[in-house]
Design a protein around this ligand. Structure first.
Ligand code: ZN
Length: 252
């Protein structure tokens, strides 16, 4: 963090400065909240043209390319940030969804999301390297009906739906997503299970055809028909990217 110094001739910001110079004091200027590289942030003065525009400065990271509007004049001598352009590579998934997909974030929120994004990136790297012990896998006692007593449960998520895609009416041959069931989901070293409201569902890991994720949900496609398990993205639990990575790691 000590490497970064503002250019000596850079103009001072319009915002009323707190006791310290804002360019020295605020974390987003020292390290990138998005990719966590230090010393890669450039502060560009905001411009007001014909009275338009916020006049607020922008922060650009030369490592990940993210651009954020930065407001150092927020209440109580703190700051806020709003990402305008972000790097959408899978490496930055968590930051993309929770830093990039939002409006203004105050200092506390932005720092917390940034911290989580850092941890999540490490988790993904661990999982891709096959390290899953941090999930504390353990058998369920007693196991639910379709689970054998020696299956190790790695992940439990609720609610998860079991769905099927089918072609819609003849006129608009669009795909319809039908929810077949919903309930508690378990991912074990051998199978995926759903204790549904209607019945219990279970598929072997080797019967998984594909695992996908978006910024909103993860999906595990199973069997020969267009059936899949789906869970929503939960930032404070196992997010969609991490869930998909864990399934892939267990399938190996
Ligand atoms: Zn960056």
């Amino acid at each position: 963090m000590s490497d970064y110094r503002p250019e000596p001739d850079s103009p001072s910001m319009d915002a009323p400065a707190p006791a310290q110079s804002p360019t020295e004091a605020h974390p987003p200027l020292l390290g990138c909240l998005y990719c966590h590289t230090e010393g890669t942030i450039t502060l560009n003065e905001g411009r007001k043209i014909l009275g338009l525009g916020s006049g607020l400065p922008t922060l650009t990271c030369k490592n990940c390319g993210s651009v954020a509007v930065f407001d150092a004049s927020a209440r109580n001598g703190t700051w806020r940030i709003r990402y305008r352009r972000v790097n959408r590579e899978p490496l930055y998934y968590y930051a993309m969804v929770y830093l990039g997909g939002t409006g203004w974030l105050d200092a506390e929120e932005a720092m917390e999301i940034s911290r989580r994004a850092f941890v999540q990136r490490r988790r993904i790297q661990q999982v891709e390297a096959g390290y899953l012990n941090w999930l504390n896998p353990a058998p369920l006692d007693p196991p639910p009906p379709l689970m054998s007593p020696d299956e190790m449960v790695y992940v439990t998520i609720a609610p998860v739906t079991f769905q099927q895609t089918s072609r819609g009416g003849a006129v608009l041959s669009q795909e319809e997503e039908n929810v077949l069931d919903s309930g508690h989901f378990f991912l074990t070293d051998k199978k995926v299970h759903l204790l549904g409201q209607r019945r219990d569902w279970s598929h072997k890991l080797q019967d998984i055809r594909d695992v996908t994720y978006t910024d909103r949900y993860w999906r595990i496609y199973v069997g020969s028909s267009n059936q899949y398990y789906q869970g929503v993205n939960q930032p404070d639990q196992i997010d969609a990217q991490l869930c998909a990575a864990i399934v892939r790691a267990l399938m190996k």
